[in-house]
Design a binder for this molecule. Structure first.
Ligand code: SF4
Ligand code: SF4
Ligand code: SF4
Ligand code: FES
Length: 585
């Protein structure tokens, strides 16, 4: 159809919004509440345009184009209205930019600059100062910085199907709140952090561990080890100003050494270990009539979700801890023993794409290494330590690099330390939806059949479709598998399990859209196009790894030979497996 934008006639396809049509014409309409694929509640009024024949200005994010429509995006009336709407939002907003976590990466701040705001005419309408919500182990909500755009509510409801937050109150008393204002740490929030990822301001951020990490790095009695999750290597470059999806594995290692970490290890090592344990668990369940389908357990937001909403299905979860937690337990037992270090002096820092990992690290049962040493070293409760001490998101790591003036793009390439740094291609694909399934199938097939896989790429479980499925022939035993990302999609698979219609033997669930590469701790912005670029880099790294199957990782062989002895053995159960609890909604 034909429309006119600012006097220029263009041909565009039917069904577009004015905002999308303008984008095709090369005009970027400013917006705040709208977020493609997530939120379109049209509350902010920043995107208004003039349309010939319409009495009032129209919100371009929700208004569909019609044949012959004449649109003006740059009139004085439009610019005044946008500034007025922004000014109204700013009236209740603190002027905290210099000390705000989102400084220099804030849509509100950027928009204020872009719209040429020079003064503030309106006084604050909200009477009381709204307190911060710091009840969550993962996130902090600061309602004073909230502009009521509704993106967080939309992502929590539409993408995650959780509904932990909603609007409450009217007029100047409006706010985003949890049930009865109990706080995110009390209600059935999964800690996924998708709300923080879409928030245009500093109103929801991860709970920072930066100061605690610096304190330990500056304590010379501590040996501070760092582990990096698979998705960090395709995220941290972006956060340091490089192109989307930049693959920077070895520069990241060099940067972490410059920050002062004693050893730079890789969560990919324990991703391989997870595959060995989980693959054997799956085979055991198939051979012995165990609970099927078995569902992966490495995404902590997903674990909290099933504990809150589907406790009846908990026996379907693999008992394997996540790679983050396996790393902490192995570092403070096997590595401590091998190097003669006192486990009380070892600090394990994780760099994760995920805010829920902060919650996971503080689950009371995640202290296996302490119990391992308790009797051997006669430790008292005062000596208590967790397997993982601190969790940093990708964004927090970027802040630490910036604090120390590290020029990331110019870092040399360095290798991970040994023995917890060697990994395979199977491990790196843990960072994307379908990756854990593919890695598990590469190992389960060869262990189950004793044969070598002809083609190790399982393309059916790759890509960003919400639910993917495949059939795998284990030498005569055919199994159906499924992969879901986002909790809304996971819910569909759980409903099938609970009503007895699930056809699957093995299911992978990742909490966040796209898997960990789209985690709540990843750089902002994160959107579908950016997720695809990060996924491409992850598969590139897999394809170029010398070893691509977890069971061929030589350092994993040593770990079993020298310490664990066998998959699913007694030590594995104590250190690498866990249990789950039913949680209230
Ligand atoms: S949320 Fe944005 S505009 Fe508000 S104080 Fe923080 S950086 Fe500034
Ligand atoms: S962390 Fe996830 S579950 Fe919790 S409020 Fe945010 S989007 Fe909802
Ligand atoms: S917390 Fe952020 S995303 Fe949620 S309504 Fe407020 S500004 Fe929007
Ligand atoms: S972006 Fe259109 S109303 Fe907010």
């Amino acid at each position: 159809m034909q429309i006119t934008i600012n006097g220029q006639t263009i041909d565009v396809q039917d069904g577009l919004t004015i905002m999308d049509a303008c984008a095709i014409a090369g005009i970027d309409i400013p917006s705040l509440c709208y977020l493609k694929d997530v939120s379109s509640n049209a509350s902010c009024g920043i995107c208004v345009v003039e349309v010939k024949g319409a009495r009032s200005l129209l919100r371009s994010c929700i208004t569909q184009i019609t044949e012959g429509m004449e649109i003006v995006t740059n009139s004085q009336r439009v610019m005044d209205a946008r500034r007025m709407n922004l000014e109204l939002l700013l009236a209740n907003h603190p002027q905290d930019c210099l000390i705000c976590d989102r400084n220099e990466n804030c849509e509100l701040q950027q928009l204020t600059f872009d719209l040429g705001m020079h003064g503030m005419r309106f006084v604050r309408t909200r009477k009381e100062i709204l307190p911060k919500d710091e009840t969550s182990a993962s996130l902090v909500r600061d309602p004073e910085k909230c502009i009521l755009c509704g993106r967080c509510i939309a992502v929590c409801r539409e993408v995650q199907s959780v509904q932990a937050i909603d609007f409450s109150g009217r007029g100047s008393k409006s706010k985003v709140a949890t049930f009865m204002d109990l706080g995110l740490g009390v209600v059935a929030c999964t800690s996924c952090g998708q709300c923080a990822l879409v928030c245009p301001t500093g109103a929801i951020t991860e709970k920072s561990s930066i100061d605690a990490v610096w304190k330990d790095l500056h304590n010379h009695e501590k040996i501070v080890l760092v582990q990096t999750a698979p998705a960090i290597r395709v995220g941290i470059g972006e956060a340091m100003g490089m192109p989307y999806g930049s693959l920077v594995t070895r520069q990241m290692v060099a940067g972490l050494r410059k920050l002062g970490f004693s050893k730079v290890f890789d969560t990919n090592f324990t991703a391989d270990l997870t595959i060995i344990e989980e693959g054997h668990e799956l085979i055991k369940r198939i051979k012995t009539g165990g609970v099927l389908p078995m569902i992966t357990s490495c995404s902590p937001g997903w674990i909290k979700f099933i504990e809150h909403f589907y406790p009846k299905s908990l026996p379907h979860l693999s008992t394997c801890k996540s790679p983050q937690q396996m790393f902490g337990a192995v570092a403070k037992t096997y590595y401590a023993e091998k190097t003669g270090l006192d486990p009380r002096n070892i600090i394990v820092v994780s760099v994760m794409p995920c805010t829920a990992k902060k919650f996971e690290a503080r689950r009371p049962e995640m202290d296996s290494a302490f119990h391992y040493w308790q009797a051997k070293m006669n430790l008292s409760d005062a000596d208590h330590f967790y397997d993982v001490d601190h969790v940093l998101t990708t964004r927090e790591l970027a802040r630490m690099f910036k604090e120390t003036g590290i020029e990331f793009a110019h870092l040399p390439e360095e290798n991970f330390d040994s023995p917890l740094g060697e990994s395979t291609g199977a491990a790196v694909i843990f960072g994307t939806t379908g990756g854990v399934m593919e890695a598990a199938l590469r190992t389960a097939y060869e262990v189950y059949t004793g044969k070598t896989l002809a083609n190790i790429d399982f393309n059916a479980v790759r890509g960003l479709n919400g639910i993917k499925e495949a059939e795998v022939d284990l030498d005569g035993t055919k199994i159906k598998v499924a992969v879901a990302h986002t909790l809304k999609n996971a819910r569909k698979l759980l409903d099938e399990i609970e009503n007895g219609t699930s056809p699957y033997t093995f299911i992978e669930v990742m909490t966040c859209p796209g898997g960990c590469l789209g985690g709540g701790g990843q750089p902002i912005p994160t959107n579908t196009e950016i997720r695809k670029m990060r996924a491409e880099s992850i598969y590139y790294e897999d394809a170029h790894k010398g070893i691509r199957k977890s069971h061929e990782n030589p350092e994993i062989h040593y770990l079993y030979k020298e310490f664990l002895l066998e998959p699913l053995g007694e030590k594995s159960h104590r250190l690498l497996h866990t249990k789950y609890i039913e949680r209230k909604n």
